[in-house]
Ligand binder design. Structure first.
Ligand code: HSE
Length: 436
């Protein structure tokens, strides 16, 4: 059987998982590709580090250029993360006519437009299934399985660490910092956990999903991004009382006026399947105009789950090797020449329902004052809760669910509400999506 030599840049959690899965499933992978896929060389920063995989048959080096310059290596797998030196190494590998597989979402989100163009110029593949939602084959689903559809919207839990934190806050009332530490120990969190907690990692993934959905160049700087660090256990509890769960969602939606791209905490009805995706699991709902709603669920991080996506890309490349047909799947699912610079809406123009929590004095007329501000701004109310303080002298909380309203109307209503004499502190607002 012909051999395909693969070089790894990075031999940490995902690199080790990739070696292990290629070993344990080598026979099936050969039967599926017609090739024996061999990891012949790998670079790592510290060669003395303990590995989760056997490295006896792999030539190890601290110099990643040894991997990309090896003439026998046909596929380079970049698992180092970060922008540099990953970007330069990938460019060098592509320029040498090597196919590249990467799990690097920050790199694709920030530099994908340039990298895809370079790959196309050299007639090689730059594959990135593992960059979004770990082991879930969402790129495959969007580029191929759903290709008949116009995509209306998609919404995803695309950061496992953030979902783990929100789940533990709800189930165990755990403190934010303790849960984050646990996620770091399990290898799920990013090197800089702010990427998880402040939504940056989710924004990287959402930006790629939006381009796959609507056929536009990657536009990371236009993704509205809000993290979960301001979500309190109080809001989690009140949301539950209203029949909702708070999830950190990445949402991309096509509207007549343009494209919405946003990442923020969101109340979703608890009966939706995605509201019940807990722990580090990821899920993406994609609404196609032919198929309707589809849901993709699975592990969003972890050694072998992410390796599953990396190896799927390697298998796709093996299937193209020696095949001169030019009908390969385009990087963003639309022909490169057909990508369009669609208008992207600012968050002020996005329309959603809202959950509001306003700390107020416990005295007559407070509720009427708040509801009349909302009415004056054209905002109607869906549900109201009033929570009396259990302790004398502490605030009462007014909790409201509104109907859909344009963000800028809500911002100006909240300014007025916060100026009311009866309001005793900053109001909390979380967007609500019905996901129907
Ligand atoms: N830090 C990421 C997460 C890893 O928690 O989802 C997978 O991209």
């Amino acid at each position: 059987m012909n051999v395909v030599k693969v070089g790894l840049l990075g031999l940490g959690t995902v690199g080790g998982g990739t070696v292990n899965v290629l070993t344990k499933n080598s026979s099936d992978i050969s039967r599926r590709t017609g090739y024996q896929v061999v990891v012949s060389k790998a670079s790592a920063r510290d060669l003395s580090r303990l590995r989760i995989c056997d490295t006896d048959d792999i030539q190890l080096t601290t110099n990643p250029e040894d991997v990309i310059n090896d003439p026998e290596i046909q596929i380079v797998v970049e698992l180092m993360g970060g922008e540099e030196p990953a970007k330069s190494l990938i460019l060098a590998a592509l320029a040498q006519g090597k196919h590249v597989v990467t799990a690097n979402k920050a790199l694709i989100a920030n530099h994908g437009n340039e990298l895809f163009a370079v790959a196309a110029k050299h007639n090689v593949t730059l594959a990135y299934e593992a960059a979004i939602a770990g082991g879930i084959p969402i790129v495959k689903a969007m580029r191929e399985g759903l290709t008949a559809n116009g995509i209306d919207w998609l919404a995803g839990i695309i950061n496992g660490t953030g979902n783990f934190i929100l789940t533990e806050m709800r189930d165990k009332g755990s403190a934010f910092a303790d849960v984050l530490k646990e996620a770091q120990e399990l290898g799920y969190a990013e090197a800089d956990p702010e990427y998880d907690v402040e939504g940056i990692d989710a924004a990287h993934k959402l930006c790629i999903l939006a381009s796959l959905a609507f056929g536009m160049p990657l536009n990371l700087e236009r993704v509205y991004t809000e993290g979960i660090s301001k979500v309190t256990p109080l809001d989690v509890t009140y949301a539950e009382e209203l029949g909702y769960r708070i999830k950190h969602l990445g949402i991309a939606r096509r509207r007549n006026e343009g494209i919405e791209m946003r990442v923020h905490p969101t109340l979703i009805p608890e009966k939706r399947l995605i509201a019940n995706v807990d722990g580090v699991m990821n899920a993406v709902v994609v609404k196609g105009n032919a198929v309707g709603s589809t849901l993709y669920y699975g592990a969003g991080a972890g050694a072998e789950a992410t390796a599953s996506a990396v190896i799927a890309d390697i298998v796709d490349i093996c299937r193209q090797l020696g095949n001169t047909s030019s009908n390969a799947v385009p990087a963003l699912g639309f022909l490169d020449t057909e990508l369009k610079d669609l208008p992207i809406l600012s968050i002020e123009d996005v329309e959603t329902a809202f959950y509001l929590r306003v700390p107020v004095e416990d005295k007559p007329g407070v509720m009427a004052a708040i509801t009349s501000v909302l009415a004056n701004n054209g905002i109607s109310i869906e549900a109201v809760l009033q929570k009396e303080s259990e302790h004398h002298g502490e605030n009462t909380q007014v909790i409201l669910l509104t109907n859909c309203v344009v963000e800028k109307s809500m911002v100006s209503a909240l300014k007025e509400i916060e100026l009311l004499d009866s309001t005793t502190g900053a109001a909390t607002r979380i967007r609500v999506e019905s996901l129907q």
